[in-house]
Design a protein around this ligand. Structure first.
Ligand code: XIL
Length: 345
């Protein structure tokens, strides 16, 4: 049995797939995929930049393959993401001469993008991250071009457009650090207001790029409880746990003073020391225990990748690091030391 079987009846267990994954669909990937996951997310291949890189150039090949692959596996399918300030080509935000778009132009482009993508996969993709990362850690609207030109209405416009095209689809707002109290509160008061105004919005995606110690289980639980109290569903959309020191203080962690800067480059390149394996396993156990406690409100838990080798954490914020955040090793072997801790929660 695989990870999904441990949580059958509780929530879907998902993973993100890269463009290469859906292109190759190699046996070494497909075997662990089928036995461990029943939900799929596209790591990059449904982002604006991937499918519509230039005004008159579209590229749906990989996105199509992703959806076909998921259907072949009988998997639940996620669409990530429709409106974001990143991985969106410059032409969306400005004219060729560098001048910015007007309100009318930008809202038109946003709506037509949502229409084009969602129509293509209507009834096939179950759940969408409609808007990604629109708030800052202190609960303010992020000053992105979307916000600067359209104001907070851009979020509403996006959800309205999405619901119109596929009324059956589950529509989510997705962000990182949703456990930070100001951020959670800022998001919740806005989406609650939106819902009161009649906008269809079904849940909050908590990315969950976590560290070994931050945030605490208590901090995460507090945020989950707040979301539940407001009557929104939760998806855990991008779970991974970073054991590397944090030179940038990423994702709310403090800068790691235990490591001299040189050691932060690639401290565990010869494999993770046993005590860190143990810490990682205990951390995953505690996290899943918490998710199980709220299983009535959490519809899925998605890992941000299958194998360590393919994790974005290898390269961010420092390129070339070796990270060990996921459930499969470089050879697609399920890490027993992690899996075993999930057996009796
Ligand atoms: C990341 C991908 O994993 C990388 O391959 C890419 O270079 C950058 O984006 N929040 C999100 C995801 O919503 O889309 C991001 O994915 C990670 C952070």
């Amino acid at each position: 049995s695989g990870i999904k079987d441990l949580f059958a009846g509780d929530f879907y267990i998902g993973t993100a797939l890269s463009g290469r994954d859906v292109q190759n669909q190699s046996q070494e990937l497909m075997v662990p995929l089928r036995s461990n996951f029943n939900s799929l997310s596209p790591e990059n291949l449904l982002k604006w930049q991937s499918i519509h890189p230039e005004p008159d150039r579209f590229n749906f090949d990989r996105a199509d393959r992703y959806v076909e692959m998921g259907e072949g596996m009988d998997s639940h399918l996620v669409g990530h993401t429709l409106v974001w300030h990143k991985q969106t080509p410059d032409w969306v935000f400005q004219h060729k001469d560098g001048t910015g778009r007007s309100r009318e132009e930008l809202s038109f482009l946003m709506k037509s993008h949502i229409q084009m993508v969602m129509r293509r996969y209507k009834g096939r993709i179950d759940i969408w991250d409609v808007v990604n990362e629109a708030f800052t850690d202190d609960g303010q609207f992020r000053r992105s071009t979307w916000f600067n030109v359209l104001g907070e209405d851009f979020i509403k416009l996006a959800f309205e457009a999405a619901h119109k095209i596929d009324p059956q689809a589950e529509l989510y707002y997705n962000d990182y650090n949703v456990w930070k109290p100001k951020k959670t509160d800022g998001i919740l008061s806005f989406v609650s207001r939106m819902r009161e105004e009649g906008v269809e919005i079904h849940g909050i995606g908590m990315q969950c790029h976590l560290g070994l110690e931050y945030p605490t289980i208590g901090q995460l639980e507090e945020a989950i409880q707040k979301i539940v109290d407001r009557g929104f569903n939760i998806s855990i959309t991008e779970l991974d746990i970073d054991v590397l020191p944090n030179p940038s203080g990423r994702q709310g962690a403090d800068i790691d003073a235990n490591f001299p800067y040189e050691a932060q480059y690639d401290p565990y390149q010869n494999g993770l020391p046993n005590e860190l394996k143990e810490m990682l396993a205990n951390r995953y156990r505690d996290i899943f225990k918490l998710f199980l406690k709220y299983k009535d409100h959490i519809d899925r838990v998605t890992f941000w990748g299958v194998r360590d080798q393919d994790s974005w954490l290898n390269n961010w914020p420092i390129p070339g690091r070796t990270a060990y955040p996921l459930f499969f090793d470089q050879d697609y072997r399920l890490k027993k030391y992690l899996f075993d801790k999930l057996l009796h929660l």
